[in-house]
Design a protein around this ligand. Structure first.
Ligand SMILES: Nc1ncnc2c1ncn2[C@@H]1O[C@H](COP(=O)(O)OP(=O)(O)OP(=O)(O)O)[C@@H](O)[C@H]1O
Ligand SMILES: [Mg+2]
Length: 606
């Protein structure tokens, strides 16, 4: 996998990028796009052919003036008007090309972005957990921008300019012979060589500037995110110094970059001047020898200036194209990431009728060097409630992730109504199960939007009913001035832990799945609210298969079966009463927790 979100100006891009882009520029069966591409090419060609003719009209006018025996003003007027018009026409054709090509370019960008976006959603949780937050979205954002940059500089700037240079050199050769042609060609080569060399040399300053910019951005963001921590320790000066250091680094790189740019511009100016002097001296001499007219002299001067002008941005265009190629490669590299969890070719889009869950000798590890679940077997009969308890890190949430098929088991199998979940489409499996996860994350939208997310087609009444069942409606109506329209903040951080959890419960209730998977769904709630929700959940999940993961044992005493997990192994199984009788791990946990409750009660009664 590529280094997402970083750029290097020295890497040589591979032709893969071009082969990836091509189908979007020449899409099969899309004649409108193909027509636009062909017309764009014609417009560029026309524009440049006319551009080469522009100075000719100018030359003709000068020659007529120079001959000194003007019979009528109409002759130079014709050439001067033709000169002006052809100039305008040349520019207009380039703009026509731009307008025609805009659709091709932006449609390609949209299709590529959509393709990558949906690919990202089909990649596994493992992929997303392995990435640094934001690096994937940055690659997507920069990559699509890069496509635009690539087109802008290659189709509007570099290719037409190269075409113009070739046309002019050909024309000069045809009319003025090889000597002047060689001089113009040499000065172009010298100019281009110098520009590219200096641009490569400057690349490191730009890289440093970029690094420094990222660094100072990171510093300021991190420092402001940790606003509270900075205040707790009175470390404002420390933060100021760190930020200043990053800024200073940027300043140094920026100054060097500016000097580099001036060296580039000055050198380009000197090369242009020398080329102009040499060409003018030679053609001037030829004018005195009557080998050339005054018009020819003017024409050659105009050609040179006309050619050098677009080359001024050559360095910039070259760098931008190179950068855009690297960024596009990062983007297209995402498409090469294999999809870990895929539907089997014969996967069934079945609707699960009963909802019986069977874990049969399941073993699993996230990484080969650390086994998490060992030979786990249990059954949740249809419509029953099974609870999993055990110490932190014992693998409870992992069981939930495997059931939802975020990962595939290494050994054993998971069956739903007797069908291996690998034989079901992910869509049908995931439609069957409603999850309230351990760490609830919400969208930075309204509470209503977040609940509706459970079933986007639901009515307002249905949303309100789910909120009611999750003990949210009183809070929303009485405490929030904006009610259901309250925005919950990034990741839901403007809500308390318990409120967030209740929103998550409400949206899962709205989904109304066959199977409930509750991972510490009520852990952030106070005992009173927890009890109320528990009652509602019990009512709703009646006749629904329910797998509950809980720390607080008092919430699962009524489970049909309780599974005690330790170090990824099931060490006890049974009802609450069975397990208490056994006087094993569960018994110990239970006595510890109830003693704690008692000591709380004792303390409060003192
Ligand atoms: N994506 C991952 N990659 C590697 N290891 C992981 C990953 N997710 C979890 N683990 C490890 O797997 C073990 C089991 O994690 P799991 O989340 O299932 O624990 P848990 O029983 O739910 O704990 P808790 O009660 O604290 O929620 C932990 O030790 C954890 O460090
Ligand atoms: Mg967990």
């Amino acid at each position: 996998m590529q280094n997402l979100g970083t750029h290097s100006y020295t890497e040589t891009p591979k032709p893969k990028v071009i082969s990836f882009l091509f189908p979007y520029l020449w899409p099969e069966k899309n004649f409108s796009i193909k027509a636009r591409v062909i017309l764009s090419i014609c417009a560029v060609l026309l524009s440049k052919i006319i551009a080469v003719w522009v100075p000719f009209f100018y030359k003709k006018a000068v020659d007529v003036f120079d001959e000194g025996h003007l019979q009528a003003l109409s002759v130079p007027v014709f050439f001067l008007v033709a000169y002006g018009l052809s100039r305008g026409l040349s520019v207009s054709f380039l703009e026509i090309k731009e307008s025609l090509f805009a659709r091709v370019e932006h449609q390609a960008i949209r299709h590529i972005a959509l393709k990558v976006f949906s690919h990202l959603h089909s990649l596994s949780l493992r992929f997303h957990l392995d990435r640094q937050t934001g690096s994937v979205t940055r690659a997507l954002e920069r990559g699509t921008k890069a496509i635009e940059t690539f087109f802008r500089f290659s189709t509007f700037s570099l290719i037409p300019t190269a075409l113009e240079i070739l046309l002019v050199i050909g024309t000069v050769f045809y009319f003025y012979g090889w000597f002047l042609c060689v001089i113009i060609a040499l000065s172009m080569v010298l100019y281009i060589y110098y520009t590219l060399k200096i641009t490569q040399w400057r690349a490191k300053f730009l890289r440093h500037m970029n690094e420094a910019d990222n660094e100072s951005n990171d510093r300021s963001i991190e420092s402001l995110i940790n606003y509270e921590t900075v205040k707790y320790f009175g470390n404002e000066t420390h933060e100021y110094d760190r930020f200043n250091k990053a800024q200073k680094f940027y300043e140094e790189a920026a100054v060097k970059n500016k000097i580099g740019l001036s060296i580039l511009n000055a050198g380009q100016g000197i090369i242009i001047s020398i080329s102009l002097i040499v060409t003018m001296l030679i053609s001037g001499y030829q004018v005195t020898q009557h080998q050339l007219t005054l018009g020819d002299f003017v024409l050659l001067n105009t050609y040179l200036i006309q050619l050098f002008q677009p080359l001024m941005i050559l360095g910039f265009a070259y760098r931008e194209i190179k950068r855009s190629l690297v960024e596009m490669e990062n983007l297209f590299g995402l498409m090469d990431v294999p999809i870990e969890i895929q539907d089997a070719p014969d996967a069934c889009p079945c609707t699960i009728q009963e909802g019986e869950i069977v874990f049969s000798n399941v073993s699993f590890s996230y990484n080969p060097d650390r086994q998490i679940l060992k030979n786990v077997s249990f059954t949740v009969p249809a419509g029953k409630k099974v609870a999993i308890v055990g110490p932190s890190g014992s693998g409870k949430s992992t069981i939930a992730r495997l059931l939802y098929r975020f990962y595939d088991v290494n050994e054993g199998e998971i069956l739903l109504d007797g069908k291996n979940i690998k034989k079901l489409t992910q869509k049908s499996l995931q439609a069957t199960i409603g999850v309230v996860p351990q760490d609830v994350v919400l969208f930075n939208e309204s509470i209503f939007y977040n609940i509706l997310y459970g079933k986007p087609t639901a009515s307002k009444e249905e949303v309100e009913r789910s909120a009611q069942a999750a003990n949210l409606s009183t809070f929303i109506k009485k405490k929030l001035p904006q009610g259901y329209d309250t925005i919950v903040g990034e990741r839901g951080l403007k809500l308390s832990g318990g409120e967030k959890q209740r929103v998550a419960i409400a949206r899962t209730l709205l989904k109304n799945p066959k199977i409930f998977l509750l991972d510490e769904a009520t852990s952030s709630l106070d005992t009173h609210t927890e009890k109320e929700i528990q009652e509602n959940l019990n009512k709703i999940s009646k006749n629904h298969t329910t797998l509950v993961i809980a720390h607080r044992l008092s919430t699962i005493v009524d489970a049909d079966q309780i599974i005690v997990l330790e170090h990824g192994e099931i060490i006890e199984k049974g009802t609450h009463a069975d397990l208490l009788k056994k006087k094993g791990s569960y018994y110990n946990l239970w006595t510890k927790q109830s003693q704690k409750d008692e000591s709380y009660q004792n303390a409060s009664s003192k």
